[in-house]
Design a protein around this ligand. Structure first.
Ligand code: ATP
Ligand code: MG
Length: 374
């Protein structure tokens, strides 16, 4: 993309941006749009269109919207080929900034459909909320750098990464935070949802997912709970459609070309249960570990910030009592149970008595679960 250092020459076109008020605004680095349609219905208008060349669209868009303020969830209107056709601003970095000649403008053509099937995600998580998991965070740093400038990595680009580890250690949370941090679309699919009623459903969903991600690249595909579909060969015979899904996944992962800038992240509790061919496609396997003492303390403190009741707790003792528990366990099994126990006892403060109760209950639950498999 062209990038000279000229200050933007603010044009108004036939829109009416409040230019004087804009003087102190920052310049937009990146704006993500999705088609929103016309503001009114008129028989002859066709709502559907296809963008053949995203780079050309970017130049076309930048030229006509140069100098306008972009605010997330507001709209920009086309003035040229499809007058008054609206584009929703899905994200603007930074928000409330001005489009310049250097602003990247990305159009997600299928955001509406993606939203319907919940594959395109935005979340409230941020990387700073994730305690520990430094290896995974370092990889996220590499991914972020790569997506800022894909060309510079050439054949050394990150492609397929597998996150694995015990339940509740932050795998899904980290990817959701990544989606928030990046200005590229992230498509999430839960592998369990690929096992459909009809043979072939899952394979075609995988195909569509990779197609969408390719069309909107740079982008990220996140296949959560990937073990559900990419079962080890010895289990595949138990589920007829699974081997078809595995094959489709392999075909699509191999089909991504070097130039496409699509990163696939898989998450699983148990990498050894994965199909060997699928597993070998992941260049790196990153383990998510249970939190150590310091990390459990930080998880406790973070969660207590949003606690809707006062508390009088000995955090160091809770750290000791929760050894071996995951971030999810600490939040859901200990803090939530303690809060509910306090409410049930008409208390207006959470004390160690409520925590002890929660620990006792969680131990009973855990031993029940263990017993089921013995
Ligand atoms: N490292 C962490 N830092 C902060 N909070 C955490 C961490 N790990 C887990 N949590 C808490 O636990 C919740 C569940 O985590 P998450 O869904 O990411 O686990 P997961 O590793 O994907 O588990 P599963 O393997 O069962 O899918 C998070 O929403 C968060 O509240
Ligand atoms: Mg998960």
């Amino acid at each position: 993309m062209k990038s000279d250092n000229k200050k933007p020459e603010i044009k108004t076109n036939n829109q009416k941006p409040a230019l004087i008020e804009n003087e102190n605004r920052e310049y937009a680095e990146c704006v993500m749009l999705c088609p929103a349609g016309y503001p009114f219905e008129f028989g002859l208008m066709e709502d559907d269109f296809e963008i053949k060349n995203h780079e050309l669209f970017e130049e076309y868009a930048r030229e006509q919207w140069l100098g306008l303020v972009v605010r997330e969830n507001s709209h920009l209107f086309d003035q040229k080929i499809m007058p008054d056709y609206g584009f929703k601003i899905v994200s603007a970095k930074p928000n409330n900034s001005i489009i310049t000649e250097k602003t990247k403008i990305k159009l997600i053509t299928d955001e509406i459909n993606a939203k319907k099937d919940n594959t395109l995600i935005k979340s409230n998580y941020h990387l700073k909320d994730i305690i520990g998991q430094e290896n995974a965070k370092n990889k996220v740093k590499v991914i972020t750098k790569y997506l800022e400038d894909p060309e510079s990595f050439g054949p050394w680009a990150p492609k397929n990464i597998l996150f694995y580890g015990l339940p509740g250690t932050g795998k899904t949370m980290l990817v959701k935070a990544l989606a928030n941090e990046l200005e590229v679309p992230l498509y999430l699919i839960k592998a369990t949802s690929l096992i459909g009623d009809h043979v072939g459903d899952g394979a075609s969903k995988i195909h569509d997912l990779f197609k969408k991600a390719g069309e909107n690249s740079p982008s990220i595909i996140f296949i959560d709970e990937i073990d559900a579909i990419a079962l080890h060969r010895s289990f595949q015979s138990l589920r007829g459609d699974v081997s078809e899904i595995v094959n489709s996944l392999l075909t699509e992962m191999d089909g991504i070309s070097e130039h496409e800038s699509v990163i696939t992240i898989g998450a699983t509790n148990n990498p050894t249960s994965l199909d060997y061919a699928v597993r070998s496609r992941f260049e790196e396997e990153i383990e998510f570990k249970l939190p150590d003492d310091e990390e459990r303390l930080a998880i406790l403190e973070n969660n207590l910030k949003t606690m809707p009741m006062e508390y009088d707790l000995d955090l160091n003792r809770i750290v000791k009592l929760t050894k071996g528990l995951s971030g999810r366990d600490i939040k859901e099994k200990i803090l939530k149970t303690a809060l509910h126990n306090a409410i049930a006892n008409d208390s207006d403060i959470i004390t160690m008595k409520n925590i002890d109760y929660a620990i006792k209950i969680s131990k009973i639950k855990n031993s029940d679960v263990k017993g089921m498999f013995e």
